[in-house]
Design a protein. Structure first.
Length: 131
């Protein structure tokens, strides 16, 4: 069996989805898992689970809600970035974030929940462009 040369293989981007709404968590997770070049690294309904899933994992990106039951996404994101400095972070929340706050926390792009989940995942795939 011939191996595919590495130069022709596309690299996938590992994505963590953090969302406390069970339906949105499911939809975002399924969209990430079915959108090339993205790969679902994990899904979490709260910050503690997100931190546990991210420990030791290869993460390229996260889609994160701001309003979580156990911690603000604004507190979670810097903790994720501490272990994954190159992490691309897109927030998907009802929170209206000031650009200064977004920059301080390390949010690459913010979507409000008036946008379709597919818009968020498509924007993430375009931002990563790891093919």
């Amino acid at each position: 069996m011939n191996a595919i040369p590495e130069a022709t293989m596309s690299r996938t981007a590992s994505v963590l989805v953090v969302e406390d709404n069970p339906l949105l968590l499911l939809v975002l997770s399924e969209l990430v898992g079915s959108t090339a070049p993205l790969m679902l690294a994990g899904a979490a309904a709260d910050a503690v689970t997100a931190l546990r899933v991210s420990t030791g994992a290869r993460l390229d990106a996260a889609i994160c809600d701001i309003h979580l039951p156990d911690m603000s996404g604004l507190d979670l994101i810097p903790r994720l970035r501490a272990d994954h400095p190159e992490l691309v972070v897109i927030t998907y929340s009802s929170a209206d974030l000031d650009p200064t706050v977004r920059a301080r926390v390390g949010i690459d792009r913010a979507f409000d929940k008036a946008h379709a989940p597919s818009d968020v995942v498509t924007a993430l795939a375009q931002r990563l462009d790891v093919g």
